[in-house]
Every structure is written in structure tokens, then in C-alpha cells.
Design a protein around this ligand. Structure first.
Ligand SMILES: Nc1ncnc2c1ncn2[C@@H]1O[C@H](COP(=O)(O)OP(=O)(O)OP(=O)(O)O)[C@@H](O)[C@H]1O
Ligand SMILES: [Mg+2]
Length: 248
């Protein structure tokens, strides 16, 4: 389980996250939506210390960390609990598809040498990329690269996978193949936090939707509660805007 309490993050004078409280249960899929600049990416980055908040506490599984006072050992332990999938794939360009996954298995996990390659192939098979094992990222489409990125995140065997707009850099015809992989992970009860502007996807894949604005969680609930039944003016305004945009 993931628990975040009273998380505050400022950049200089600018408060970007203002007292975030968040709980995510094992096997739960949470989608975070909200306008640009509301702090969605920053929140994800605070969960694995890519950004360091000024205050707050986080626990993932057995690892507990106080953002205001922690040591290198605690930071390492926390980072090992999650894996992040970025918008821009961020694969190792000089490594093949297979090597991108074996590298993680070598570095992050203590796996016997002769088991590394078969295990990496299993992860690639899960995202439909086994046939591309020997190809370099530059020879893959964006959607294929993103699927390798997801295989690599799975190889870390994290408690939670964090996705920051995993499809927003993709050509429209490539979006679905990545969404499909994420949907499969959800069916296998992988704990995931997904920042997305794909509202239909969020509706179908997420157990819970969190709507953020101005560094705060405005409201959260089931997809039906947020998308169909919300009476909160801020939520309604945001959804109206994004729906109009989608139809353009
Ligand atoms: N490294 C940084 N230094 C200064 N300000 C930052 C930094 N990173 C983010 N910010 C500011 O924090 C606020 C929240 O940014 P964040 O990237 O978390 O928003 P977001 O909700 O992910 O937006 P988008 O939907 O556009 O990705 C913005 O005002 C942004 O300018
Ligand atoms: Mg963002």
C-alpha cells in the first residue's frame, strides 16, 4: 500500500503541491487528471524522489520516509519500490530491446546470470515485443518503444508503476497499443498511478480518479462519480473544457 501525508512542494516561492494526502491500495489503478500546471507530474516525481518535497511523509510497503529528514539508505529503499514510465520512452539508445530489459535485471535485481535473458524475454512477451528483441530503439515506433519502457518498468518488479502521460508523445494510431498493455497490467492487478489526459482510457482502466488543480486534490472517486456525477464546479469546468477540446 502507498500512503502520502501532508506533502508540500515549493519551487522557490511557488507552492506547487499544497498538502497532498493520498492512499493507493495494492492492486489498485489510480488515474490522476487535471489542468496543465496543476502539479500532476511533480506529485509523481515526489513519490520516487526525483523531486524532493519540503515536507510530508510517504510509505510504500514497509518503507517509511519523512521528506524533511531522511538518509541515503531510506532514499534508496524508497526508490526501489516504484518504477516510472515517462512520456518520452527514455530507453537506452545504444542497447537493443532485449538489453534494455536485461540491463535493469542485472543492475536492480540479484538474478542468476543464466536466468536473466529468459526472464527478460518473458517481460518482452508480456508487452508483445519479444519478436523485436534484437532491434535498437531507433528502429522501433514510438508505441513499440513505450512498450519496451513498460517491460523495463515491470522488470524492476516494483510495488507500483508510475506513468506520466505514457501516450501523449505517440502518433494517434499508436496510442491504443500502449493503452492495451496498460489495461492488461491492470487486469493482472498491478498497482499503478497513471497521469493521463486520455479520459476514456482513465474511465475504463482506473478504479479511482483523482482530480487535481492548483496543487491540491479537488476530489476523487470512481470514474462514474467523477465523470458522470460530480457536482464540483471545478471538476465540471475542467471536464467540459477537455471534452470540447477532444471533439475539435
Ligand atoms: N523544476 C521546476 N522548477 C520550477 N518550477 C517547476 C519545476 N517543475 C515544475 N514546476 C512548476 O510546477 C507547476 C506544476 O508543474 P507540473 O509539471 O507538475 O504540472 P502538470 O500538472 O504535470 O502539468 P502538465 O499537464 O502540463 O504536464 C508548474 O507551474 C510548473 O511550472
Ligand atoms: Mg505533467
Amino acid at each position: 500500500m502507498i500512503s502520502v501525508k501532508h506533502l508540500c512542494k515549493r519551487f522557490g516561492e511557488h507552492t506547487v503541491l499544497n498538502g497532498i494526502d493520498l492512499t493507493v491500495n495494492n492492486g489498485e489503478v489510480v488515474a490522476i487528471i487535471g489542468p496543465s500546471g496543476s502539479g500532476k507530474s511533480t506529485l509523481l516525481r515526489c513519490l520516487n524522489l526525483l523531486e524532493v518535497p519540503q515536507s510530508g511523509q510517504i510509505s510504500i510497503g514497509q518503507v517509511v520516509l519523512d521528506y524533511a529528514h531522511y538518509d541515503a539508505k531510506e532514499a534508496y529503499a524508497l526508490r526501489r519500490k516504484s518504477a516510472m514510465v515517462f512520456q518520452n520512452y527514455s530507453l537506452f539508445k545504444n542497447k537493443t530491446t532485449l538489453e534494455n530489459v536485461t540491463e535493469v535485471l542485472k543492475v536492480v535485481k540479484k538474478i542468476k546470470k543464466d536466468q536473466i535473458q529468459p526472464l527478460a524475454m518473458q517481460y518482452l512477451a508480456k508487452v508483445g515485443m519479444a519478436d523485436f528483441a534484437s532491434q535498437y530503439p531507433v528502429t522501433l515506433s514510438g508505441g513499440q518503444q513505450q512498450r519496451v519502457g513498460i517491460a523495463r518498468a515491470m522488470a524492476v518488479d516494483p510495488d507500483v508503476i508510475l506513468f506520466d502521460e505514457p501516450t501523449s508523445a505517440l502518433d494517434p494510431e499508436r496510442v491504443n497499443e500502449v493503452l492495451h498493455v496498460i489495461q492488461n497490467l491492470a487486469q493482472q492487478k498491478t498497482t499503478m498511478i497513471i497521469v493521463t489526459h486520455e479520459m476514456e482510457f482513465a474511465r475504463h482502466v482506473a478504479d479511482r480518479i483523482i482530480f487535481m488543480m492548483d496543487g491540491q486534490i479537488v476530489e476523487q472517486g470512481t470514474p462514474q462519480q467523477i465523470f458522470d456525477e460530480s457536482t464540483h464546479p471545478k471538476t465540471q469546468k475542467f471536464l467540459r473544457k477537455i471534452m470540447t477540446y477532444d471533439q475539435d
